[in-house]
Design a protein around this ligand. Structure first.
Ligand code: HEM
Length: 135
């Protein structure tokens, strides 16, 4: 059985994403980024993306991860906060220990797509030297 099926298919994944979003909203590091975002649309996008990523039947049709995130110039600190919130979400779910570990490892591989390392975003944005740049 695929991981997607073990998580309860689309419905199970949507429930996980709802819980994740509730936790993200009140997280001191992540919360502020989501203040002005249409939550329902974002939940659908994320569920669709996660479902495709975890081997489900849907294919993802939203922005690429770099397109969606580079404007925010996120650092490892924000990405680590995301993994922590995701871990808390999984710890409160019925997902097995092995699957939790698989999911967190898969998400870790997306770090380079989400974190900005010296990219230029829009006119006037510094191309390097921000607090988020790696050495
Ligand atoms: C592996 C980690 C992550 C995944 C899989 C992920 C996934 C996504 C997806 C699929 C979207 C929707 C893109 C679209 O609109 O088409 C999105 C948007 C967004 N993400 Fe993430 N995300 C991750 C990490 C983060 C982190 C660490 C932050 C900030 C702390 C963040 C902040 C945002 C914000 C603010 C948006 C809204 C963009 C907009 O509406 O323009 N994400 N994310």
């Amino acid at each position: 059985m695929s991981l997607h099926r073990r998580l309860g298919g689309e419905a199970g994944i949507a429930a996980l994403v709802d819980d994740l979003s509730a936790r993200v909203k009140v997280d001191p590091i992540m919360g502020p980024y989501f203040r002005d975002v249409d939550e329902a649309a974002l939940n659908r996008h994320r569920a669709m993306f996660l479902s495709a990523f975890l081997g489900g039947p849907e294919s993802y049709t939203g922005k690429t991860l770099p397109e969606a995130h580079h404007p925010f110039r996120l650092s490892d600190r924000e990405f680590d906060a995301f993994l922590r919130v995701m871990r808390e979400t999984l710890d409160h779910s019925t997902v097995s220990f092995l699957d939790r570990r698989r999911i967190l490892r898969s998400l870790e591989r997306l770090r380079t797509d989400v974190v900005s390392r010296g990219v230029t975003v829009g006119p006037g944005a510094p191309s390097f030297g921000g607090p988020h740049d790696s050495v």
